[in-house]
Design a protein around this ligand. Structure first.
Ligand SMILES: [Zn+2]
Length: 392
């Protein structure tokens, strides 16, 4: 059946004219997802992503078959969802990506002669024969729906877009990269607090927002605040903060690549799934700045995959020259370093609130009078829009 399913994926690619991913849900029943990338490799809507976001539970412990080489976003998401392996074709070679193994040198399948290796190079007549073969198979498929940009994220309006750049508008002060990183990082924490509150069991937390206290903001190369997102994974395991940000941004920009020289500020180092999605959707010159490293992670496309200077800065500053990790260590001592992972217990919840206060203090370093008052109003309005809606 394994080889049959690989053959099926290849035939479906010819039938529908795009790459597909499939999972067998019953004897002759399949869940099928088509490529939503429209030829843009940097789009997040690869077939396996669409399949998994549609039915993460259905795919658990199963094998997924694709007609293409899965990218880092697809592999990372498959691991997050507990998929057993992905079988795919790379040219004439059948390969396996086994989710129990770390890293990305996939195992070539040997000893199989399925007769479909050359399908894609055959003349039209042969293709027709393959599509004919497909028609005679007694299989039923259901198409997966995309989960793109559903919740837990939003893009910013014109005022909020200037939250960081306005701080640099006074030429006498200027605003250097460290200060910008500080503000970006503090905004990420403020967004998390606005949506989730300081504690996970906050009764005011909306149903759609249920997830861990993790989130982030996307900032353009020129400092404009573009989007925010938080973790909403309790309903759907694929909806981490970074995934929500990327999918929201791309759904509102027609699948644009994340901005060149841009930065994603996130409260926790991206997991394998989120790292994979960022790796795929960003240019090489893009930075990911994290509040905390995650010592529980193994291989990720950001840590180990080569793509420019994406992880050139980790452990973003919370004040110029002071990292979030420094602050935690000072408050909690070495033993507490990672008990704080989700920023929702005791001391760390207080720190989450402190971030909000520090943001106001940062603004005071650069602005005064009416300009400061306007900036603070803009921040309040931005956080209200974050709290109030699934997107802006
Ligand atoms: Zn993640």
């Amino acid at each position: 059946m394994v080889n049959y399913n690989m053959r099926l994926a290849a035939a479906l690619r010819l039938r529908y004219g795009c790459h597909v991913a499939l999972v067998q849900t019953g004897g002759d029943s399949y869940l099928l997802a088509r490529d939503g990338r429209a030829g843009r490799a940097h789009d997040n809507q690869a077939p396996v992503v669409r399949l998994l976001q549609s039915e993460p539970r259905t795919c658990k412990s199963k094998m997924i078959f694709t007609s293409h080489v899965p990218n880092h976003a697809e592999k990372g998401m498959a691991r997050m969802c507990g998929v057993r392996s992905i079988g795919y074709l790379q040219g004439p070679t059948e390969r396996w990506h086994d989710m129990r193994r770390s890293g990305y040198s996939d195992t070539p399948q040997t000893g199989t002669t399925l007769g479909y290796r050359d399908w894609f190079n055959r003349p039209q007549l042969e293709r027709n024969r393959i599509v004919g073969w497909l028609r005679n198979q007694n299989v039923r498929y259901q198409w997966a729906e995309s989960g793109r940009g559903r919740q837990g994220a939003g893009t910013t309006g014109p005022d909020a877009r200037r939250l960081i750049t306005d701080l640099g508008s006074l030429a006498s002060h200027g605003i250097d990269q460290t200060a910008r990183d500080t503000v970006g990082m503090l905004l990420a924490f403020a967004v998390v607090e606005a949506v989730h509150g300081r504690y996970r069991n906050n009764p005011q937390r909306g149903r759609g927002y249920h997830g861990q206290n993790i989130g982030g903001v996307l900032v353009a190369g020129d400092g404009r605040l573009l989007a925010w997102g938080v973790n909403t994974n309790l309903g759907n395991t694929t909806l981490h903060g970074e995934v929500n940000i990327v999918q929201c941004f791309q759904s509102k920009t027609g699948g644009a690549q994340l901005p060149s020289n841009g930065t994603l500020y996130t409260t926790l180092e991206p997991c394998e799934m989120c790292a994979g999605m960022l790796h795929v959707t960003t240019p090489g010159n893009f930075r990911v700045v994290c509040g905390q490293d995650d010592p529980n992670l193994g291989w990720t496309a950001l840590r180990n995959g080569s793509k420019g200077n994406m992880m050139s800065t980790t452990r973003g500053p919370i004040l110029p020259g002071v990292t979030w990790a420094d602050l935690l260590a000072a408050r909690l001592g070495a033993s507490g370093t990672f008990a704080t992972r989700f920023l929702e217990q005791g001391e760390t919840a207080t720190l989450l609130g402190d971030a909000h206060v520090m943001l106001h203090h940062m603004a005071k370093l650069y602005l005064s009078g009416d300009a400061l008052a306007r900036w603070r109003q803009t921040l309040v309005a931005f956080l209200q829009s974050v709290r109030g809606g699934m997107g802006g």
